[in-house]
Ligand binder design. Structure first.
Ligand SMILES: Nc1ncnc2c1ncn2[C@@H]1O[C@H](COP(=O)(O)OP(=O)(O)OP(=O)(O)O)[C@@H](O)[C@H]1O
Length: 559
């Protein structure tokens, strides 16, 4: 068959078109709400075009990196379009990072500009101070400060008008609407740079392409059943995999973004009822916060609210309680390396008649690939053979398709290792059930090997979450002279609960094979968490290591 490839039938895919179309189709519809601030899609396109033009004016070229350290405020949303429209690459930084980490990532990404929310300006200033010790002044990133909309610029904490710093709104207003948007030359051109959460090691810089972003965004919109009337509440940080692609996704459907600076149960419930929210997202820690919110903060849901969850294993009893509150949960799994979501637990109507607990258990599985992913497999990482679909044999979760990262920035070795064998190796361990759905058992770095037996920390944690006194829990291995390792539980009890170590251990022994039950329980009211909501097991492992071996300790006591 003959044919020609030309601009009539081949255009580089880019999510920039989602915004242009939203402005054309839904021009008068509200695009974004933040407190008293409201924009329409027409205004959002205008603001992004002006900011892109202003960026070019201050020297941003194709391929340059523009970083941002900010919560879910309008500027963070707009940068997801404005930066690529200037031909540049957006690097969203994690708000929990300290100045040292921010300076490392700004240096690594070679960011030319850092857009800093006023609340985080001191961190950015301290980061630049660190960088200035080893870099020439002209190489340092320039700061663009984002102020609160209803505050005059003179109120900006730390803003020095005599310095080289710029202010977001003023810079935006220097831009022009006749700016010609810089589309990608090739759809594989980078659009964003996302650093991993740093749960298991130092954050790695993951590069996304326009094409992958386009495909992943549409897949995420589809799996959330998001229609053009969607109202999306921003509870997932936009810096985490670009808000699991929903920054671009809400524009794809001309929905309305409800931005909020802080994420807490009171504001979540208040915003849901105030704006008739239809969709939101959140790591299991956010769901935990919702189901344990004081009754005075909860408000009954008036319509269907779909909540995309992922980022960490959601305990089945939390899924169950969310359903009791009326939320519809879509359980997703993925990594920064897969643009956020890669699989989801596609719900089957025949499961509706099963008992509630069984339904929650089915939903806690990570499911199957979404439409944008070519394949997800559980493989023996050495032979690369698929494990049998028996729900028992563990292997590594491997993913391939057009929504897998281009690679790690400046790290060819790590990129080659991640793609070794023609699949992206996730570092997660799981099983495949007879119905084809996958279930995660652990991260390969977290699994506990005790007396030669593998212990899935996810399984033990899900039992702990069923204990009525447990608010949060994490299991790590404690070194042991006899067993190699034994499970050690770090538990945050619900307010007013006084469960004892013996009670927790007995509860686990009653619900798990004995070798899997924790041998040590540490009560801790502030389990260390990353801002993507993950319990930082690296820190807990250090604590468990410092406790020393349990067997030897017991022997010493016996002597
Ligand atoms: N639905 C889920 N159930 C269980 N675990 C999940 C789920 N979704 C994501 N995860 C976990 O989150 C990981 C991906 O997280 P992310 O890309 O944010 O960085 P990280 O892996 O936490 O950090 P780093 O790679 O720097 O250690 C997955 O590999 C998996 O372990």
């Amino acid at each position: 068959m003959e044919g020609i490839r030309c601009s009539a039938n081949s255009v580089p895919l880019t999510p920039i078109t989602f915004l242009e179309r939203a402005a054309a189709v839904f021009g008068d519809r509200i695009s974004l709400v933040y407190g008293n601030v409201r924009f329409t899609w027409r205004e959002t396109l205008q603001r992004c075009t002006k900011f892109a033009s202003a960026l070019v004016h201050v020297g941003i070229s194709r391929g340059d990196v523009v970083a941002v350290l900010a919560p879910n405020v309008p500027a963070t949303y707009e940068l997801h379009f404005a930066v690529p429209m200037a031909g540049a690459i957006l690097c969203t930084l994690n708000m929990r990072h300290d100045a040292a980490m921010v300076s490392t990532l700004l240096g690594h990404s070679e960011a030319k500009i850092i857009v800093a929310d006023h609340q985080y300006l001191h961190i950015v200033k301290a980061a630049i101070e660190i960088m200035s010790k080893t870099m020439a002044a002209e190489e340092l990133p320039r700061i663009v400060i984002v102020q609160e909309f209803d505050h005059p610029s003179s109120n900006i904490n730390g803003f020095d008008s005599a310095s080289d710093d710029l202010e977001y709104e003023s810079l935006l207003n220097t831009g022009t609407l006749d700016f010609e948007i810089r589309r990608p030359i090739d759809e594989r051109d980078p659009i964003s740079l996302n650093y991993t959460s740093g749960t298991t090691s130092r954050p790695k810089g993951v590069i996304y392409s326009h094409r992958g972003t386009y495909l992943n965004t549409l897949s995420t919109v589809l799996l959330n059943d998001m229609s053009s009337m969607a109202v999306y509440l921003w509870t997932v940080p936009m810096f985490h995999c670009n808000g699991w692609s929903m920054t671009w996704g809400v524009a794809a459907q001309g929905g309305t973004n409800i931005c909020q600076r802080n994420v807490n149960a009171k504001e979540i419930f208040a915003n849901i009822s105030l704006h008739n929210v239809t969709h939101m997202g959140g790591a299991p820690t956010v769901l935990n916060m919702i189901v344990n919110a004081p009754i005075t903060e909860q408000k009954p849901l008036l319509g269907k609210v779909t909540v995309m969850t992922g980022g960490a294993p959601p305990p089945s009893n939390i899924l169950y309680k969310m359903r009791e509150l009326g939320f519809l949960i879509v359980h997703c799994y993925g990594l920064t390396e897969t643009y956020g979501v890669a699989t989801f637990c596609h719900w089957k109507p025949e499961w509706d008649s099963l008992p509630d607990e069984k339904q929650a258990k089915l939903k806690s599985r990570q499911g199957m690939q979404h439409i944008g992913v070519e394949g997800v497999d559980i493989k023996n990482p050495i032979t690369m053979e698929s494990v049998p679909a028996d729900g028992k044999t563990m292997g590594e979760v491997m993913i391939r398709g057009n929504t897998v990262m281009i690679g790690y920035l400046k790290d060819v070795k790590a990129t080659e290792e991640a793609f070794n064998g023609g699949w992206f190796r996730s570092g997660d361990l799981g099983v495949r059930h007879p119905d084809g759905y996958i279930e995660l058992k652990d991260r390969s770095k977290d699994i506990i090997i005790s007396g030669g037996e593998n212990i899935s920390t996810i399984e033990v944690e899900s039992v702990l979450f069923n204990h009525p006194s447990v608010l949060e829990a994490a299991i790590v291995g404690r070194p042991d002279d006899h067993w190699g390792e034994t499970p050690c539980a770090f538990v945050n009890l619900k307010h007013g609960s006084n469960a004892t170590e013996e009670e927790i251990i007995k509860f686990c022994r009653d619900n798990l094979p004995h070798y899997m039950a924790p041998k040590t329980v540490v009560f801790k009211s502030d389990l260390p968490k990353s801002s993507t909501g993950k319990i930082q097991k690296l820190i807990l492992k250090e604590e468990a290591k410092a406790m020393g071996t349990l067997s030897l300790a017991a022997n010493r006591l016996a002597k």
